[in-house]
Design a protein around this ligand. Structure first.
Ligand code: 2IT
Length: 449
């Protein structure tokens, strides 16, 4: 390995020994930058990688809120403003009990390269809380969001840092968060957060953008292989916002999503999740706050496999769309043994590094990385920011057309970046290199600090 990369990796490991998810993504990204670092000795002189792995700023704060029984709870809130070289910090907020500094830093680090890949003017950030939305009443969620924003507001702004949703943060939470920001600031600065309701500056198609974007990207991969979605079966995990958009666009492109998963297990629907009734039911399941996918099997009379993952299913395409480290080595071996050609990540870092490298090493397999595949979400957010700053709305067709173009471009830029360094059709290295190139160029131009 390149000695500069090795040195930065070792130093990062020593400094952040108790942050496994963060180290996982740093290792994945840095190792694939080897040919670029070899070609640019000036980066070492400018301590570029050392600066890139260290967040510009980490904000950690107390969030105190009252439940419906008048009992007080204290959660921890975070905002990691990782890299602002390309634009205002941009990235989602995650509310989930698994949230800790390691998870925030892994997501923030990934976001730098993802946001760069969109070619839009946005820096990388992530935030959230270990608050568990499961089983909370609407009033409790509102009070939590208000308490969270009562601290966060001083660190964000339309030209400073623009949060959005992620796991556990949807349109309802974004609405409460924005309402509190507006109340405290005394100004209608709706460009401060994205994923808003349409009535107060949300963008048409933002709810669909992550899932649609992932399907558009997958479609480019299939085209590259002189193939298409026509007649293909797709196994996905999760049943949230991303799955909802993905099921719809895959169906429109001629394919069929046949699995969904939750913390309770997975469902297998051989007819496909491809009717309006089924799409609407996904939204209902989400809104219920039960976090159970078995409800789908009960409603549509299909198989439910308790406490299992869908990765052993014999399908044409796998698209993990739930959360990090969903696909481990054991599953990767099953996927390879089943002869599945297309492995397209959708959720942030859904594959362990070991499993990812194993599948990348298979001759007959194509692996696509989440930071490219799910970039349609944040691209949709950047389009929302553009509309907010111009104080106008684009039609759904206008947004969709821009989103489609961005996804095609991300695929093509990744292909080109990998080819530039003689790596062939390697979408994982290509995305890391293409994302890195833009940030590196801007960091070099802006001086060392
Ligand atoms: O992981 C992600 O890219 C998101 N959760 C969306 C971020 C955004 O700013 O829309």
């Amino acid at each position: 390995m390149n000695q500069y990369i090795e040195r930065v990796l070792n130093a990062t490991k020593a400094k952040n020994a108790n942050e496994p998810e963060f180290l996982q993504t740093v290792e994945e990204v840095l190792t694939s930058l080897e040919p670029v670092i070899n070609a640019h000795p000036e980066y070492e002189k400018a301590a570029l990688l050392e600066r890139m792995v260290e967040p510009e700023r980490v904000i950690e704060f107390r969030v105190t809120w009252e439940d419906d029984n008048h009992e007080w709870h204290v959660n921890r809130g975070y905002r990691v403003q990782y890299n602002g070289t390309l634009g205002p910090y941009k990235g989602g907020l995650r509310f989930h009990p698994s949230v800790n500094l390691s998870i925030m830093k892994f997501l923030g680090f990934e976001q730098i390269f993802k946001d760069s890949l969109t070619t839009l003017p946005i820096g990388g950030a992530k935030g959230g809380s270990d608050f568990d939305p499961r089983g909370k009443s609407d009033a409790e969620v509102m009070r939590f969001c208000q308490a969270f924003m009562s601290e966060l507001y001083r660190h964000i702004g339309p030209d400073i840092d623009v949060p959005a949703g992620d796991i556990g943060v949807g349109a309802r939470e974004v609405g409460y968060l924005y309402g509190q920001y507006r109340r405290i600031r005394g100004a209608f600065e709706n460009g401060v957060i994205t994923g808003k309701g349409f009535a107060f500056g949300g963008s048409l198609m933002r709810p669909e953008a992550t899932g649609f974007g992932a399907a558009y990207y997958a479609n480019e991969v299939l085209k590259h292989e002189h193939d298409s979605f026509e007649g293909k079966t797709v196994a996905i995990s999760g049943f949230g916002n991303v799955a909802w958009g993905l099921c719809q666009k895959v169906a429109q492109l001629g394919g069929k999503v046949v699995t969904l998963s939750g913390p309770d297990g997975y469902i297998y629907d051989p007819d496909g999740i491809n009717t309006q009734e089924k799409y609407d039911y996904l939204l209902e399941m989400r809104a219920s706050g039960r976090d159970r996918v078995q409800d789908y099997a009960d409603k549509f009379d299909c198989e439910f496999h308790a406490k299992e993952k869908p990765w052993g299913c014999k399908v044409d395409i796998i698209m993990p769309s739930a959360t990090q480290n969903d696909v481990t080595m054991e599953w990767a071996e099953k996927i390879v043994a089943n002869g599945i050609k297309y492995y397209i990540e959708v959720a942030n870092m859904p594959t362990t590094n070991e499993a990812l490298m194993y599948m990348l090493g298979q001759k007959n397999m194509i692996v696509a990385p989440s930071k490219a595949v799910n970039a349609g979400g944040v691209a949709g957010s950047a389009l929302e920011m553009a509309q907010n700053s111009e104080r106008l709305f684009w039609t759904a067709e206008e947004v969709d057309e821009k989103l489609h173009r961005i996804m095609v471009n991300i695929h093509d830029a990744s292909v080109k970046a990998a080819e530039q360094y003689g790596l062939g059709y390697n979408l994982v290295a290509g995305a890391n290199i293409a994302g890195f190139q833009r940030v590196a160029e801007a960091m070099m131009a802006q001086g060392i600090f």
